[in-house]
Design a protein around this ligand. Sequence first.
Ligand SMILES: [Cu+2]
Length: 125
Amino acid sequence: MGSHGRGSAVLLLMFFVLINFQWRSVEGRVYKVGGSQGWGFLSYQKFSSVKYKAGDSLLFIYPRYIHDVAQVGSLKDYTNCVVSKGAKRYTSGKDKIDLKKGWNYFICSVPGHCSSGMKLKVQAF
Ligand SMILES: [Cu+2]
């Protein structure tokens, strides 16, 4: 390989490094809720200890028709398991939801599920 070829290889490498860097900074990290178990009746305390940033996202994997994900807007709704009008509901079974700065509240809106512990709140910085 001549010096020209080596230069191209370095440029190409830099290109990929930059692309990767941009992708990471724009997209943020993706955290899979519940690990290999996915979104379900689990304790998420451990999961909640991660330090999240705005722009990171949570990936909710679950059997659709059994569960869903509702993003509720307040601690009150979260605590009382209420899906207010205007709350976003996700039902695909594979939902990637971006975190906004501050608290983000998620519950399953299927009756009885949230009150049985199927809820998650995370704070993004
Ligand atoms: Cu559920």
